[in-house]
Design a protein around this ligand. Structure first.
Ligand SMILES: [Zn+2]
Length: 232
């Protein structure tokens, strides 16, 4: 029943836009009741792809959001969205299903030999906590994740229940583990070349929340919008 749900979602897949970008989203809408959707962004000229999830199902967002990885954001900053093609791969009815389907589709992309820009194996952040949960519950998947993409996909596809338990474990991880892992993710994924004028983070350090509060926790966060990027 699980496999058929995945197949049903995949059958709904539709490609947005054309290879020269621009007119994205006319031919598909994600149901407003969905928890989110899985997509693939392809950059044909550079030969890479990116698998992502989004919980923003309104038409404008589906049409204009190509991913939040640093590579995607740098590409859009430099070239705009021309040349990017976005494909909706699956619709998820719950947050849990969304995380699972992201892992499954990312594994499938690697199995198929796509050059994916994702640095992890999908699912909830932070990656280090997800790695540990998978290691505990499905060690054979953990072992195959780097060395054997075909096997990794097969294990992920056949063990949906266990993968979902791992996802739930991550969601319930202690707060300190969560933020320590998140900071490690951000250190590798964000452009930290310049200091941040919004929160005062130094070059090489991640942005922090609640920069103007004396009492609220200053947790690691994605780069603030006005933080200057590397100039290439
Ligand atoms: Zn900042």
């Amino acid at each position: 029943m699980r496999a058929s749900a995945v197949l049903r979602a995949v059958r709904r897949a539709a490609t947005l836009g054309s290879t020269n970008g621009g007119s994205v989203g006319e031919r598909i809408s994600v149901p407003a009741t969905a928890a989110g959707y899985i997509f693939r962004t392809d950059c044909d000229s550079d030969g890479w792809s990116y698998i992502g999830q989004s919980t923003r199902t309104d038409h404008d967002n589906v049409a204009s959001y190509f991913g939040s990885g640093e590579g995607i954001r740098m590409h859009v900053a430099e070239h705009g969205t021309a040349g990017l093609q976005k494909t909706v791969l699956a619709i998820a009815e719950t947050q849990l299903e969304l995380h699972y389907l992201e892992m499954l589709h990312l594994a499938a992309a690697r199995r198929d030999g796509l050059m994916v820009r994702n640095g992890d194996f999908g699912g909830p952040r932070p990656f280090s906590v997800m790695q540990r949960a998978l290691y505990n519950l499905l060690p054979e998947a953990y072992a195959a994740a780097i060395s054997n993409p075909k096997k990794f996909h097969r294990i992920i596809a056949r063990n949906r229940d266990l993968v979902e338990v791992a996802i739930l474990d991550v969601t319930a991880a202690p707060t300190e583990d969560y933020y320590a892992g998140l900071e490690r993710d951000l250190l590798t994924s964000e452009d930290l070349t310049n200091p941040c004028p919004t929160c005062g983070a130094a070059a090489g350090a991640v942005c922090r929340t609640n920069a103007n509060s004396l009492t609220k926790p200053r947790n690691p966060s994605r780069n603030h919008a006005r933080r200057p990027r590397r100039t290439s």
